[in-house]
Write a new protein. Structure first.
Ligand SMILES: [Fe+2]
Length: 390
């Protein structure tokens, strides 16, 4: 993307009026036509949480070891790999979140078309919406992620306590809309499509994707489905340790959630093979413990790569998050020094050097991928590197 474009709001990637006035209008009309639809409320777990404790047992959970992933390019936050979809939110909750995201003022300010340089087979129906949640533009959505019960459920699956990262990666909406001028849910003629009853091996190079093979830039991705495509396609595909694909089964309905340690598990999100809407939202999570620094990156979210990251807001939020994390880390270290001394322990020089080095690297990692610092080519070679060569 040209520098002057992303510095001034990436308006070359604005959602075309045709899409706003037809496909997006259809979404809003369908919601407002529902007799009991009430967007003016906040998240109430008794009403909006579909999760039941037995899902901890019933949901398929894959560890990194189950996926055969032994080497990773950065430190995993736990041995957790991924879950199959499980019910998290009710349809009413999803309707309100959808209503908030697709408001036309949010679309104008916060939605931008997918960068065609990095996604296969995308067009005016493919875009992202992000950065609007904690700006007072989506009070219900904000209250969902702010509720402690949601982070508690995720923490139990992941095996460590997690928290949301920063606003721009809280509820990043991936949108692939059906073309309203042709029959809805009709199969599309894609090369990756199978004949009825025929199971072809999944071919990564042939399938349309919303974002090609990649790692996410946040440690954990919580993917919540808003609209699920009919038929095949639209799945998340994990690349296992043996470099073979594992298709996460399309058992999801609106409100289902899939958790993925997406910073270390390579994956792709496929496009629907039918003329259906596929709308999924991703929320980034990182370790809640103050003594552990997050492993977030700018790789796939920096403004020159991802047009929905509006430059001034994005970097202000990013550095606010990174500095807060570092302050917590330093405060935890500071309090430990005092306690160790009071207990009469020998001052550990080597440990202190390690501690300081981590803080130094964290600061360096915060800016090294910024456009004016390096602006490395995208996608990076890392996205294609086999696990065994990491
Ligand atoms: Fe991803």
């Amino acid at each position: 993307m040209p520098c002057e474009d992303y510095l001034t709001g990436a308006h070359s990637h604005d959602i075309p009026p045709e899409t706003v006035d037809t496909e997006i209008q259809i979404i809003l009309d369908k919601l407002s036509a529902k007799p009991d639809f009430n967007p003016n409320q906040l998240f109430n777990p008794d009403k909006h949480l579909a999760f039941k404790d037995e899902y901890f047992e019933e949901t398929t959970v894959l560890s990194l070891a189950d996926l055969g992933i032994k080497k990773t390019h950065t430190k995993p936050i736990s041995g957790f790999g991924a879950t199959y979809p499980f019910p998290l939110l009710t349809k009413e909750a999803i309707d309100i979140m959808k209503w908030e995201a697709f408001q036309k003022e949010n679309i104008a300010a916060y939605a931008r078309l997918t960068n065609p340089d990095f996604s296969l087979k995308t067009n005016r129906f493919d875009f992202h919406i992000g950065g609007y949640v904690n700006q007072g533009k989506a009070p219900f959505t904000e209250s969902v992620y702010a509720h402690p019960r949601i982070a508690k459920i995720f923490s139990k699956f992941i095996g460590v306590d997690v928290q949301t990262c920063y606003n721009y990666d809280t509820n990043h909406v991936n949108v692939a809309l059906a073309d309203s001028s042709i029959p809805i849910d009709a199969p599309l003629n894609t090369e990756a499509e199978s004949e009825e009853g025929e199971e072809k091996e999944f071919d990564i190079s042939k399938v349309g994707s919303i974002l090609g093979q990649h790692y996410d830039s946040v440690p954990i991705a919580a993917v919540i489905m808003w609209e699920c495509p009919k038929g095949r396609g639209g799945e998340t595909v994990i690349i296992k340790g043996d470099e073979k694909p594992l298709v996460i089964p399309n058992i999801a309905e609106p409100g289902y959630c899939t958790l993925l340690q997406a910073r270390v598990v390579r994956h792709i999100a496929t496009k629907p093979n039918s003329n259906s809407n596929r709308i999924a939202t991703v929320c980034g999570y990182c370790c809640a413990a103050p003594e552990i620094l997050d492993t977030s990156a700018l790789t796939s979210v920096r403004p020159s790569i991802l047009p929905r990251s509006i430059h001034d807001q994005f970097y202000s939020e990013w550095f606010d998050f990174r500095f807060k994390q570092l302050q917590r880390y330093l405060a935890a270290g500071q309090s430990k020094i005092k306690k160790d001394f009071e207990r009469g322990e020998t001052f550990n020089q080597l440990k202190m050097i390690e501690f300081c080095k981590e803080a130094q690297e964290y600061l360096y990692d915060s800016w090294k991928e910024m456009e004016c610092a390096g602006n490395d080519p995208y996608p990076p070679a890392l996205f294609e590197t086999p696990y065994s060569e990491l």
